[in-house]
Design a protein around this ligand. Structure first.
Ligand SMILES: Nc1ncnc2c1ncn2[C@@H]1O[C@H](COP(=O)(O)OP(=O)(O)OP(=O)(O)O)[C@@H](O)[C@H]1O
Ligand SMILES: [Mg+2]
Length: 233
């Protein structure tokens, strides 16, 4: 589903003429197959978020290739990436990234509006989603009227509403206490087992890595060769 080969990426800092480049992703190669939960673990600063930004087309690699659904994404324009993301990806972030002025219902509905779905259909689909994530009583709540775990459920609903092929998650439980975290991990695992949703989760939390079929380790921008494919369950 996702095939990454020999990916390199450096940030450039400093003023023009006096720039330093900092290599952050170094010759990274890996694959994510359909129906898998893959965790990428690594210390703070190891390049996890940068890698996710490369995979979602927000930044472009200096060299190497990213193939998604057997398509080489090299040369995609910003507009093509935006459509691609809307059609195929769902995103979950540590800080939920909900829109504070919209209710839980409206936050989940937003991607469907972007996709041009009609109001009646949207209504049905969002109501079903609220049930699925256990928030059918909370559709009219604003994010600041929800607990952290509930907000993360809303963001999972928003990620799932477009029937994405894969969910990319950056520290999905990073802001939650351990009990709430377990509830969210159970939900993600259930979605994977019952509906075959593929997950690529970035984390430095071994609890998250435990639900993964495979764990890849990033060390200072390099995928660890040793133990790259160790089984976690
Ligand atoms: N916009 C930027 N400009 C310059 N350097 C950056 C930029 N963003 C990140 N970096 C550097 O790239 C490295 C990797 O950062 P990244 O955010 O990918 O790490 P991470 O593994 O996601 O860390 P964390 O677990 O803390 O989220 C760090 O050394 C960071 O300082
Ligand atoms: Mg990060």
């Amino acid at each position: 589903m996702i095939k990454v080969k020999q990916l390199d990426y450096s940030y450039h800092i400093g003023k023009k003429g006096n720039q330093t480049s900092i290599p952050v992703i170094k010759k990274v190669s890996f694959e994510v197959k359909k129906g898998e939960i893959v965790a990428i673990v690594g210390r703070s600063g190891s390049g996890k978020s940068t890698l996710l930004n490369l995979l979602s087309g927000y930044i472009s690699p200096d060299s190497g290739t990213i193939e998604i659904f057997e398509q080489n994404t090299d040369g995609y324009t910003e507009k093509e990436w935006a459509k691609f993301r809307l059609d195929h990806f769902g995103f979950i972030f540590q800080s939920y990234e909900l829109i504070p002025s919209l209710t839980a219902f409206e936050n989940i509905e937003l991607p469907l509006i972007l996709k041009g779905m009609k109001r009646g259909e949207r209504q049905q689909s969002v109501e079903a989603m609220l049930k699925r994530i256990g928030l059918d009583q909370h559709g009219f709540h604003y994010p600041n009227e929800l607990s952290g775990g509930q907000q993360q459920r809303v963001s999972i609903g928003r990620a799932l509403i477009t029937n994405p092929t894969i969910i990319l998650a950056d520290e999905p439980t990073g802001s939650l206490d351990s009990e709430t975290e377990q509830g969210i991990l159970d939900l993600l695992q259930e979605l994977n087992e019952k509906e075959g949703i593929t997950f690529l989760m970035i984390t430095h939390d071994m609890e998250v890595a435990k639900v993964a079929d495979r764990t890849l380790a990033l060390h200072d921008g390099e995928m660890e060769e040793r133990g790259v494919y160790y089984e976690t369950k």
